[in-house]
Design a protein around this ligand. Structure first.
Ligand code: SAM
Length: 405
């Protein structure tokens, strides 16, 4: 069980424009911010909720890249205000605006706080390029203040896909295919009388005691290339920690249509991607904030890794989808009393008054109305004969109701 922050409420999803919601947070209160705002892709996403062809759309359209930057700038200024001076900030975008986003963030954070431009290879190009190169990566700009948290992420070596330097080093292979290098057994300090002895017919100052050398030899880990030659140690590749990952990430595929974690949310990012970011740049119990959190991937990752979290999204439907995800995938109860007692989570500021409901897009209202009456929204929107949802007899299929919330 992670601890609630004394400074701010955590394990809360706020429904609303993050510009307004962030104004309610104090200065310097969160440790890590990840945002994946709507890109300037100049198109409407066709949103398919679930496996059926229910089409919904959310606007991802700005009149120009400049308009997009002007929309994002005040929100990023607010995000920097709530970030601790030691905090980390990740902005996920793509080719449409990443160059403008970088300039804007340099201005807001100071270019000295820029850490990395992470390239996340999608492994499935977005659209075919009939002329030119297909766009096949997203960009994640990473900024951090001085004294920021950094936990290196190490990846096991893939023996079939080694970089030239590692392949050159681990150039020997056992009959069973294991790769190894021959390492030095001689002590760099020549003044170690207790480690000076004869081993396999060779007198040297050795790294280890005679007993340890003998044990290694008996385990088949010492090689003497020829009689009288200096014995060497077999260091296996698969026993090494691995390679610290760099800023080009090619090992996390985007979610495909069969992915188990897929919720039907069009821009849902893989959990592994968010877990990598949260692991690298925060500690347990740190506070993670996602101010454009869609179906809640960052919150799910933070919860899995025992961090505190705050989510904000303007869409009431997104807020319900992520609440459902947290209940199901993280077994977190959505309950005000339990939340007050330090367990569970809450969703705040879902629209309730007529004036608030009038502001939300028609499909959001339709969803809200069906759910408010205790129904399940109709999955088929096109050709639905005017049926927006269904109400089933009490307790008939509780899990179906739950699925649609
Ligand atoms: C690209 S999606 C985020 C996807 C998310 N990373 C995930 O894995 O589920 C962007 C989200 O930003 C939300 N959004 C758009 N404008 C917003 C605003 N002004 N304040 C808060 N959320 C906003 C949209 O409703 C959408 O859910």
């Amino acid at each position: 069980m992670t601890r609630q922050s004394a400074l701010i409420d955590t394990r809360v999803i706020y429904c609303g424009d993050c510009l307004d919601q962030l104004a309610g947070l104090p200065n310097h209160c969160v440790d890590l911010i990840y945002i994946d705002p709507p890109f300037n892709s100049n198109r409407n996403y066709e949103v398919f909720w679930g496996e059926t062809k229910e089409k919904r759309s959310f606007e991802d359209r700005h009149a120009s890249t400049q308009a997009y930057i002007e929309f994002m700038r005040p929100r990023c200024v607010e995000l920097v205000r709530v970030l601790k001076p030691t905090g980390s900030f990740f902005y996920h975008c793509d080719w449409h605006a990443s160059h403008y986003v970088r300039l804007m963030l340099d201005q807001i954070f100071g270019e000295n706080n820029f850490q990395s431009e992470i390239i996340w290879r999608r492994n499935s190009a977005k659209g075919l390029a009939f002329r030119g190169f297909a766009n096949n990566h997203d960009t994640i700009h990473y900024y951090a203040g001085s004294g920021f948290t950094w936990n290196p992420i190490v990846q096991p070596y893939d023996p079939d896909n080694l970089d030239a330097k590692t392949a050159g080093k681990y150039s020997h292979r056992d009959p069973d295919g294991r790769l190894y290098q021959l390492d030095n057994l001689i002590n760099p300090n020549p003044n170690r009388p207790n480690l000076t002895y004869e081993f396999m017919g060779v007198k040297r100052v050795w790294r280890w005691t005679k007993e340890r050398m003998e044990a290694a030899r008996q385990a088949g880990l010492v090689v003497q290339p020829s009689p009288g030659a200096v014995p060497r140690f077999k260091r296996y590749l698969d026993e090494q920690e691995g390679r610290a990952i760099d800023d080009v990430w090619t090992d996390i595929p985007p979610l495909n249509s069969q992915a188990q974690e897929r919720l039907g949310y069009p821009t849902q990012k893989p959990l592994a991607l968010l877990e990598r970011i949260v692991k690298a740049a925060s500690k347990p119990n740190d506070i993670v904030l996602d101010a454009f959190c869609g179906c809640g991937t960052a919150l799910h990752a933070a919860e899995n890794l025992k961090r505190q979290w705050i989510g904000i999204d303007i869409s009431p439907t997104s807020c319900r989808v992520m609440a459902n995800r947290l209940r199901r995938e993280c077994a977190l109860p959505e309950n005000e009393d339990l939340w007050r007692a330090g367990r569970g989570f809450i969703v705040r500021d879902l629209p309730r008054s007529e004036a608030e409901l009038r502001k939300i897009p028609p499909f959001e209202f339709e969803n809200w109305a069906v759910i408010a009456l205790g129904g399940i929204p109709n999955k088929a929107q096109v050709g639905d004969k005017g049926i927006d949802g269904r109400i089933y007899p009490v307790s008939a299929i509780e899990h179906r109701r739950d699925a649609a919330r």
